[in-house]
Design a protein around this ligand. Structure first.
Ligand code: GAP
Length: 441
C-alpha cells in the first residue's frame, strides 16, 4: 500500500491557498480560529462533493427523499435528542502553562502536550459543544436557541411531516445536506475538524427486525461510494466502534476511515440508532412518531440506520488522494486526478493566443459547453503553463483552439491524466466529452 507522503498535508494547504480552493477565513484581519472560506475553485468542488452525494443518495433511489431544515432550533429539540445532557467533551487545563485539552485525546493523561508538565492537570470538566445563541431582542431564558450540531435532528422532528406528505413507508430514508456547528475544543488539521462544517446525512427508517441487514447494507454502500468517486480502495477501511466509543444513541457504529497523512481517521459514521430518536421526540413532544403497517395491522416505531458524512472533510480526502507529483521533461508536474464529477471544472477552453480571431470562436465553444459542464476559460500565459494550471485544479480535459482551427473547424483535446492529445471536429465535441464525463456510477 502507498502511504501518504508526510508533507502531503502542507502541499494540500499550499495548493488550496495558491489555487483558490480554501482560504483562512477573515484573513485580512489575521484569520479567525479554524474557520475557512471556500474560494472560486473550492466552492465548485465542495458543491460537487455534495451534489455527488445527493445524486447517489436521493436522485438515484426511490426510497429516499430530501429535506432542508432550519439551522436554529429551540432547546426542546436538544433536550429530547440528549445533546444538552451528553454532547460534551471532558476538558482539562494545565496549571503550569494554562493550555486547555480534551482529556480523552491526550496521549498520556498525566503529561501536558504543550509544556511537558506532569500531574499538573485540573480535574476534568464536561464542556458542551453546542453553540448557544438567542432568538429575538430579549435575552431571557425563553429566547435561548442553538445552532444545530448535526443535521440529523431535522429529519427526526420532521418524520411525521415527511411520512404524511411523501407516501413513503419503511424502509425509506430522509436525506439532508447542510451546515452544522460544534464548539470543538481542539479544531485543526486544516478543514478536517472545524467549528463550522457541512454534513451529508441520511436517516433511514426500517422495520425493527430488518435493522441489522440495513446497517450492513449501508456500511458496504457508503464505503463503495468513496471508491466509485476515485479514492483508491487501499486508502479506505471500515472500522467497527468498540463498546467504549459508541455515542449515547448508538447500538452499533462503523466508521469509514481514510488514510490521512497522520494515519487512519474518520470520514463518515454509519450508526444503528435503534428507535432512540423517534421515541425520545415522541415522549418530549407528546406526538405519535410511529408507522402503521396496514398490511399486517401493526403499529411500530421504526429503527434508524444513519450514514453521516462530512462534506468538507470528504473534500479534503478527495484532494489528498487525488494529489500526484510526477516528473515530466525534468519538471515536476502537480496533478489532481479527481473523478470528473468531483473536479471543480470538467473542461477548460484555451485559445492558443489572445488574438481576437482566436478568442471569439473559443468563447463560442465555451457557450456550447456551459449548459453541460462547468467550463473554465483561460487566455493568459503560454499554453504549457495553462495546461499545468488546469492539472493542478484537476480539470479532466483542456480544449485548445489554434490557428488551424479557423481552417479545419477542429480543436485539440488534452487529457489531464495521460497528457495525450487528440484532434476533434468542433461539431463532435459535446458528444465526445459526454461519453467520457457522464458516467453512471
Ligand atoms: N448525526 C451523527 C453525527 O453527526 P458525527 O460522527 O458526529 O455523527 C458525522 O459526524 C460526520 O460529520 C463525521 O464523520 C465527520 O465527517 C463530520 N464532522 C463531524 N464533526 C466535524 C467537525 N468538527 N469538522 C468537520 N467535520 C466534522
Amino acid at each position: 500500500m502507498t502511504e501518504p507522503s508526510p508533507d502531503l498535508f502542507d502541499k494540500i494547504v499550499n495548493l488550496s491557498k495558491r489555487r483558490g480552493i480554501v482560504f483562512p477565513s477573515a484573513e485580512i484581519y489575521g484569520g479567525f480560529r479554524s474557520t475557512y472560506d471556500y474560494g472560486p475553485v473550492g466552492s465548485l468542488m465542495l458543491r460537487n462533493v455534495k451534489d455527488a452525494w445527493w445524486r447517489s443518495m436521493v436522485q438515484m433511489r426511490t426510497d429516499v427523499v430530501g429535506i432542508d431544515a432550519a439551522i436554529l432550533s429551540p432547546p426542546a429539540v436538544w433536550e429530547a435528542s440528549g445533546h444538552l445532557a451528553n454532547f460534551s467533551d471532558p476538558l482539562v487545563d494545565c496549571r503550569k502553562c494554562g493550555t486547555r485539552h480534551r482529556e480523552d485525546k491526550l496521549e498520556d493523561p498525566e503529561t501536558c502536550p504543550n509544556c511537558g508538565a506532569k500531574g499538573e492537570f485540573t480535574e476534568p470538566r464536561q464542556f458542551n459543544l453546542m453553540f448557544e445563541t438567542q432568538a429575538g431582542p430579549v435575552a431571557d431564558a425563553g429566547a435561548v436557541a442553538y445552532l444545530r450540531p448535526e443535521t440529523a435532528q431535522g429529519m427526526f422532528t420532521n418524520f411525521a411531516n415527511v411520512l404524511n406528505t411523501s407516501r413513503k413507508k419503511p424502509p425509506f430514508g430522509i436525506a439532508q445536506v447542510g451546515k452544522s456547528f460544534r464548539n470543538e475544543i481542539t479544531p485543526g488539521g486544516f478543514v478536517f475538524r472545524t467549528r463550522e462544517f457541512e454534513q451529508m446525512e441520511l436517516e433511514f427508517f426500517v422495520p425493527p427486525a430488518d435493522a441489522q441487514t440495513w446497517y450492513e447494507y449501508w456500511c458496504e454502500t457508503r464505503l463503495q461510494w468513496y471508491i466509485d468517486h476515485g479514492i483508491p480502495a487501499e486508502q479506505l477501511r471500515l472500522r467497527p466502534h468498540g463498546d467504549d466509543e459508541l455515542s449515547h444513541y448508538s447500538s452499533g457504529t462503523s466508521d469509514v476511515e481514510f488514510l490521512f497523512p497522520w494515519g487512519w481517521d474518520e470520514l463518515e459514521g454509519i450508526a444503528n440508532r435503534g428507535d432512540y430518536d423517534l421515541k425520545q421526540h415522541a415522549e418530549h413532544s407528546g406526538q405519535r412518531l410511529e408507522y402503521f403497517d396496514q398490511a399486517n395491522n401493526e403499529r411500530y416505531v421504526p429503527h434508524v440506520i444513519e450514514p453521516a458524512a462530512g462534506a468538507t472533510r470528504t473534500m479534503m480526502a478527495f484532494l489528498m488522494s487525488a494529489y500526484h507529483e510526477e516528473q515530466v521533461n525534468n519538471e515536476t508536474r502537480t496533478v489532481l486526478r479527481l473523478h470528473p464529477r468531483i473536479a471543480p471544472y470538467q473542461v477548460a477552453v484555451l485559445p492558443l493566443s489572445r488574438k481576437p480571431e482566436l478568442v471569439e470562436p473559443a468563447l463560442e465553444i465555451v457557450s456550447t459547453l456551459q449548459p453541460h459542464w462547468m467550463v473554465d476559460f483561460d487566455q493568459t500565459q503560454a499554453i504549457g503553463r495553462r495546461y499545468r494550471r488546469q492539472d493542478e485544479i484537476g480539470t479532466p480535459y483542456c480544449v485548445t483552439f489554434d490557428f488551424d482551427s479557423l481552417e479545419d473547424k477542429a480543436v485539440t483535446i488534452r487529457d489531464r491524466d495521460s497528457m495525450e492529445q487528440v484532434r476533434l471536429p468542433i461539431s463532435d465535441l459535446v458528444g465526445w466529452l459526454n461519453e467520457r464525463l457522464s458516467g453512471n456510477s
